[in-house]
Ligand binder design. Structure first.
Ligand SMILES: [Fe+2]
Ligand SMILES: [Fe+2]
Length: 157
């Protein structure tokens, strides 16, 4: 890919947020046969997204005072989502709690995504050049590809 075509990390993250929202909407409409598969997709997408952010995006935020202040809360919210994902994974899709917990997860993720896009993105755009954001985008894609196999192995089969 030509360098000029590399994507800004913020647009990559944003696209993944929209993708996860779509998966949550699908899970809401799913019947009990489809629910497990829907959850698997959410599990994979969210785990991969959060870990890539933790390895590439959050360390970059540490470089500026204006963005560093958001890291602690963001990491705590990732932890909260991780716990919910594991709790749901341990349930059967026929458990009445399964859908309730997915809703709880959706709410937590929505809140976190809102903070990233409304607070963190503007702050990071003020601190970083387009070139830096594109380089981080490249790093984000590379790291995500490396993590993909690992996350697949942790999924329900
Ligand atoms: Fe995040
Ligand atoms: Fe995110």
């Amino acid at each position: 890919m030509a360098k000029s075509q590399t994507q800004n990390i913020l647009s990559l993250i944003e696209a993944e947020h929209r993708q996860v929202e779509k998966l949550f909407a699908e899970a809401e409409k799913a019947d009990s046969n489809q629910l497990y598969d829907c959850f698997n997709q959410i599990y994979k997408a969210l785990t991969l997204h959060a870990r890539t952010e933790e390895l590439v995006f959050y360390p970059a935020m540490r470089e500026y005072e204006e963005t560093e202040q958001y890291i602690e809360e963001a990491e705590a919210e990732h932890e909260e989502a991780k716990i919910l994902l594991e709790e749901i994974k341990a349930l059967k899709p026929t458990d009445s709690e399964f859908k309730t917990k997915i809703k709880e997860l959706k709410k937590a993720v929505q809140h976190h995504v809102g903070e990233e896009e409304e607070e963190i993105f503007p702050a990071i755009s003020d601190c970083m050049s387009d070139r830096q954001l594109s380089e981080l985008g490249q790093e984000f894609e590379k790291t995500k590809a490396q993590l993909e196999e690992e996350v697949k192995a942790a999924m329900i089969t």
